[in-house]
Ligand binder design. Sequence first.
Ligand code: DOR
Ligand code: ZN
Length: 361
Amino acid sequence: MRLDSGSHTSSHGTDDLLTLRQPDDWHVHLRDDDMLAFAADYTARQFARAIVMPNLDPPITTAAAAAAYRTRILDALPEGRRFTPLMTAYLTDEIDAEEIAQGFADGVFTACKLYPAGATTNSASGVTDVRKIWPVLERMETIGMLLLVHGEVVSPDIDIFDREAVFLETVLAPVLKDFPGLKVVLEHITTDDSVQFIETASANVAATITAHHLRIDRNAMFEGGLRPHAYCLPVAKRRRHKEALRRAATSGNPRFFLGTDSAPHQKHEKESACGCAGIFSAPTALESYALTFEEEGALDRLEAFASEYGPRFYGLPLNEGTVSLRRQPQDVPGLMRDGDVQVVPFHAGETLAWRFSGRES
Ligand code: DOR
Ligand code: ZN
């Protein structure tokens, strides 16, 4: 990674250029149809690969459906864009271990996603009791296939702010006890409890951290009124949890790496009596992470977090080539639209200090 401090001045003052090895996004929602056409390239322009979530309606549960979805994603991108969607299988109570294993062997599936039934958007067909998929987990452990976890319990008795911490104890710990060799990524962690869980777990367990959970705490949802665009799942927690996430992300611990969980929803579906969960961070994802790393005095650790720890954990090669960010003010629009699609992005209306300036090679 290089930070070239500008000898050449621009109208914006010092023209710092931050150059990183080409990064990947280890957790994203690209959607389908018009939303896919709108959203896909925001991810593909910044990231070489992305782990694509399977929570479509209906969910991606077969290799054939994943292969077809992968084709739709590639068809949604501009000519010549180099981007590899890494597909995931949506685990259900009835999922067929054979189908999963075959899809993995054929290179269609990179990983499986566990949504506890009812935990989030399109999770109704998720797993009602993790014991029901024990044989699938056993098979995954044997073949070395990763399990990606939405780590929240769904019981209405458990306070929404405690759902992640309770999941660690009641679901994740028992899974790891029975399958000590299973590679697990605890997705989009939001608590100090998860940070500590990862720090003390064995080397086959890692976590992704979103750009937004590094910047907002739960107060963001209530600032002067109800703020649906700050609502996502797992929901942002207290400030001390955000601070723990910032420490973890910038610590240089390879078990924490980048996963945006960028999750676009139509504006009217968020600004509703029952608003959808999800924050659309893809358009300025790297810029947002750069802000946080810079504030933490850790810009020199951004490259490893964004471009090295993820592929190493997944057992994939690091990308060749680089991307650059320029220190140049960037106004983020309050609303993005494309035909009937209208989405309010993360950082809407803010001016960011960095601007993505493209890929080299
Ligand atoms: O905020 C979220 N949005 N969290 C999830 O787990 C799902 C996602 C979505 O698909 O909208
Ligand atoms: Zn997600």
